[in-house]
Design a protein around this ligand. Structure first.
Ligand code: FAD
Length: 476
């Protein structure tokens, strides 16, 4: 069977790897419009901040191992009757099964002075590796930057540029930052933390015009102010790339509509990742994209023809040095009781919603040692401990460090350690028992910590614990 994957991003490359790993009798062709080998898009924030170099964001490739990967090739049309796709280099590639993994595109707002098809050199969206290279080139020798959009990615970009020594201003049309994940109080604490790191926020004000030339960028605001800087990063959200699917007559709402098996209305065409809309929802995150890739691989290889995609609770974490932020669910919504704690001077804010002894939502900002435990409780729907203050403050009564469940020994095997790849503690222990002895070996086998990398310390902690416990025979 010929499987053609359109898009060599996070979802397309993972699907190719999952198909390859299952060694089914499939011929796989991956067509990627970007000229690069597969890279970890979510690490672009870390690359921008200078914490890693380009080679560190490359993803393990399966190209050349029975998988035909063609980069710099854009699919222009799908002919569903003939079951072929046409590419911009004039090729015509037949498929038995076609997978759309076309991702999202950065939204460039319709402002006077901004032509999305011809952006000035100093005005750059933040979505691709090429965008990241352009931002870094413009930041070279620059003293100041503006970021349009105070959502998660805008703030990661702002923090990264500030870490490079630039004065950064964030312009956000909403009265508070990260309104999809935070509440006004938490966002105010975050704005205070950002200010201390060299990022100024301009809230509740829309941009009205952009003027850019070789010397810099000017951003006019609706309140009459004009802000100037050496470069402008646009982070105004993304839109699923659905044009190909729509032109082929597939059902498209906000994304390409798929069922639990990731199938579109055409049983020979599936969609996964940012471009797919499952159960009315767009995901926009890597964990669901990789879960979908796994489910589709199980179905296409015949390993589990009945495999179904089931969404899991989403935990959002800001990848910005000096800012610890985890948000899950909507603490302002739903039944149950609410616990809050704010200490703006220390950049700390916590809000938990608990219903029937289960954690249904949380915001944790600032250094809170309970964050791992809170994520676990949310993820597994496990009962919260009697002393809820320990979760809220990261300290148990009496001032001792809390979070006993963060000790690997007390973590249940079902606890998810790596959210991006859905790797549980039990899988890490099994990997150790099978012979892996270093963090790198455990990571290579289980894929834990290969997404956003935020769990690497936790993985290292488990490896240390196993190593110590092994020496006294405790884990066998
Ligand atoms: C800076 C940044 C930080 C992020 N941080 C996080 C994070 O911390 N956690 C998280 O979960 N998510 C994060 N995300 C979101 C995450 O990267 C996406 O959810 C993920 O990349 C989706 O994977 P995808 O394969 O669906 O789309 P993409 O990775 O966008 O890949 C789609 C690919 O398809 C190609 N394509 C499109 N149309 C065609 C065509 N017609 N022919 C050929 N190729 C085509 C595109 O060029 C692109 O390479 C971040 C995103 C960015 C930009």
């Amino acid at each position: 069977m010929n499987v053609v994957i359109v898009g060599y991003g996070m979802a397309g490359s993972r699907l190719a790897a999952e198909l390859h790993a299952r060694d089914g009798d499939l011929k796989v062709v991956v067509l990627g419009a970007e000229p690069h080998r597969a890279y970890n898009r979510i690490m672009l924030s870390t690359l921008l901040a200078g914490k890693v170099a380009e080679p560190d964001v490359e993803l393990a490739e399966v190209a050349g191992q029975g998988v035909d990967v063609r980069t710099g090739v854009q699919v222009t049309t799908i002919d569903r009757d003939a079951r072929v796709v046409h590419t911009d280099d004039g090729d015509r590639i037949p498929y038995d099964h076609l997978v759309l993994a076309t991702g999202s595109r950065a939204i460039v707002p319709p402002l006077p002075g901004l032509d999305p098809a011809d952006l000035p050199e100093r005005v750059v969206p933040f979505r691709t590796l090429d965008d990241c290279r352009r931002i870094l080139a413009a930041a070279e020798g620059a003293r100041s930057a503006l970021v349009l959009g105070g959502g998660l990615l805008g703030l990661e970009a702002a923090r990264g540029l500030a870490a490079r020594g630039l004065d950064v201003g964030v312009v956000h049309p909403v009265p508070y930052l990260m309104e999809r994940q935070l509440d006004p109080t938490g966002a105010a604490v975050l704005a205070g933390t950002l200010a201390g790191l060299g990022v100024t926020t301009h809230l509740a004000v829309a941009a009205t015009r952009v003027a850019a030339d070789a010397d810099g960028v000017r951003l006019d605001l609706a309140d009459g102010r004009s802000l100037s800087a050496d470069l402008l990063v646009i982070s105004c959200g993304v839109r699923p790339d659905t044009a190909l699917a729509a032109a082929a007559g597939l059902a498209v709402e906000r994304g390409v509509v798929v069922d639990d098996q990731l199938r579109t209305g055409d049983p020979r065409i599936s969609a996964i990742g940012d471009c797919a809309q499952h159960d009315g929802t767009l995901t926009g995150l890597v964990a669901p994209a990789w879960a979908q890739a796994r489910v589709l691989a199980q179905a296409l290889t015949g390993e589990d023809p009945a495999a179904r995609y089931r969404p899991r609770p989403v935990v959002t974490r800001l990848k910005a040095a000096g800012i610890d932020l985890a948000a899950m669910g909507d603490p302002a919504d739903g039944p149950g009781e609410e616990l809050t704690f704010a200490d703006p001077a220390r950049g700390t804010y916590a809000r938990l919603r608990i219903h029937e002894e289960r954690l249904t939502a949380a915001i944790l900002l600032g250094d809170n040692p309970s964050v791992g435990q809170v994520v676990q409780l949310f993820d597994r729907g496990a009962p919260v401990p009697a002393d809820r203050r320990a979760l809220l403050l990261g300290r148990a009564l009496g001032g001792t460090a809390a979070a006993p469940a963060e000790s690997p020994a007390l973590m249940p095997d079902a606890a998810t350690v790596c959210q991006c790849n859905d790797v549980r503690k039990g899988a890490l222990v099994a990997c150790w028992r099978a012979g892996a002895r270093t963090v790198d070996e455990v990571v290579a086998t289980t894929r834990a910590a290969t997404g956003c990398g935020g769990c690497r310390e936790a993985v290292a902690g488990i490896v240390d614990w196993l190593s110590e416990a092994d020496s006294v025979g405790a884990t066998r």
